[in-house]
Every structure is written in structure tokens, then in C-alpha cells.
Design a protein around this ligand. Structure first.
Ligand SMILES: C[S@@+](CC[C@H](N)C(=O)[O-])C[C@H]1O[C@@H](n2cnc3c(N)ncnc32)[C@H](O)[C@@H]1O
Length: 223
């Protein structure tokens, strides 16, 4: 397993708290069977902690207590599994269409004993009748113009979409304005997570649906 730097070690202790050991085991899975079975590229091993696990886990600060969360296009569980490890109060649905990835996710969830996580082998746009959550997360799945119509229906009129994005976040929001309105999305803003923990905080596009903005607040956490 790749060892975290002292800074990453400190950040991991703060994000995962008493569940840090589960995070270590997840990283070991990523660096082991995750590489062998093509879930993650071998070049990612030295940056598993910062670029993947911590970068995703800090998004937990934008998620209210006991929320139901769906992670669209989970791949190797990013960000969905990091959130489930950091926050046992959440109920997490991972959505991933590829059988090979679903198989790996299922094995990891079982090994880590994450009973509050389930996996759906399907495309997000097929699951509006099955999945009903408060928060929909995603990373590196698609541009907002397609991601919004896949994600917003899973909120059933009330909740928040959180899409991890890079520097183009504001530009993507501008391009997706009409799509967001058509899907029933309200205010779309660029937030950051992990300011206190990471040298480069994570950029997140947050789109509120219904009255959730008033409950969670513009900067995030309702915890
Ligand atoms: C580039 S990977 C990103 C994986 C992970 N979120 C990450 O950040 O490492 C995109 C993932 O989205 C999944 N995907 C593609 N289209 C999808 C859809 N319509 N619904 C759900 N997942 C989808 C792919 O199978 C793939 O696992």
C-alpha cells in the first residue's frame, strides 16, 4: 500500500477519524486488486491518497447528517466509497453500469463490512424509479449538460447534486444553464471542500433542487 506523506496522514486522520483503518484497507484494495483488475491505472498508485481518496472524502463536509446519497458512475468507488467510509451515518447507493467494476466494488464493500452501501449495476438515467436520495455525487463522469439530467431525477424534487469538477466548473455551469433549469435544478454554485486539510481544495459544483438550499446553506454542511 502506498504510504501517505505526513500531511496526507494528518488529513486522513481528520477526515476518517475512528474509521481511518477502513480507509487504509480501501487504499490497499485500490493499489492491489484495483490495479490488477483495471479499476485504476498503475500510474495513479503514488497519488492514491491525495488525488483520489482525500480529494473525494473531503466532500463529506457538504453532506448533511444521515443523508441518503447516490454516487453516479462510481468506478472504483470515488467518491462514493470514501464518503461511506468517512460517514457511517449516510446511506450510500453506488451506481455503476460496468459489470467488472460492480464485481470489484461488491467485493470491497463486503471486505470492509460497509452495510450502509449498496451497488446498482445500471446507468443512472435508468434508475429514477429505484433510487430516491437527498444528495447525488459524481466525479469525472460527464459534462454537466449530460450529468444534470442523469442526476437530478434521483432527487425526486428535493435535494442537492454535488459534482466534483476542475477549474472549468464555472464555465460548465454557464454552458448547462438551460439544462439545469429544464431538469428542475435551482441555484448552481461552485463550492470548495477540504480547505483546511488539502493543499488544493476540491472544487465542487452544487446544484440545489427544491428548498434544500435554505436547509443546507450556501457553503455546505448542515451537520
Ligand atoms: C472516468 S470514470 C470515473 C470513475 C470515478 N467516479 C472516479 O472519479 O474515479 C466514469 C465512470 O462512469 C460510469 N458511467 C458512464 N456512464 C454512466 C451512466 N450513464 N450512469 C452511471 N455511470 C456511468 C463509467 O462506467 C465509469 O465507471
Amino acid at each position: 500500500m502506498p504510504a501517505p506523506t505526513p500531511e496526507q496522514d494528518r488529513a486522513a486522520d481528520l477526515v476518517f477519524g475512528a474509521r481511518r483503518e477502513l480507509a487504509d484497507r480501501y487504499v490497499a484494495h485500490l493499489a492491489g486488486s484495483g490495479i490488477v483488475r483495471g479499476l485504476i491505472g498503475p500510474r495513479e498508485v503514488p497519488r492514491l491518497w491525495d488525488r483520489h481518496v482525500l480529494n473525494c472524502a473531503v466532500v463529506e463536509e457538504l453532506i448533511p447528517e444521515s443523508a441518503r446519497v447516490a454516487d453516479v458512475g462510481s468506478g472504483a468507488g470515488l467518491p462514493g466509497l470514501t464518503l461511506a467510509i468517512a460517514r457511517p451515518d449516510l446511506r450510500v447507493d453506488l451506481i455503476e453500469p460496468l459489470e467488472r467494476r460492480v464485481q470489484w466494488l461488491t467485493e470491497v464493500i463486503e471486505d470492509l463490512g460497509l452495510e450502509h452501501v449498496r451497488v446498482h449495476r445500471d446507468r443512472a438515467e435508468n434508475l429514477a424509479d429505484v433510487v430516491d436520495v437527498d444528495v447525488v455525487t459524481s466525479r469525472a463522469v460527464s459534462a454537466l449538460t449530460t450529468l444534470v439530467p442523469w442526476s437530478v431525477p434521483l432527487l425526486h424534487g428535493e435535494g442537492r447534486m454535488l459534482a466534483i469538477k476542475g477549474r472549468s466548473a464555472a464555465e460548465e455551469i454557464a454552458k448547462a444553464e438551460k439544462v439545469i433549469r429544464r431538469a428542475g435544478g435551482g441555484n448552481a454554485v461552485v463550492l470548495t471542500a477540504g480547505r483546511e486539510l488539502l493543499p488544493e481544495p476540491t472544487t465542487v459544483v452544487a446544484i440545489d433542487v427544491g428548498s434544500v438550499g435554505g436547509r443546507i446553506g450556501p457553503g455546505g454542511s448542515g451537520r
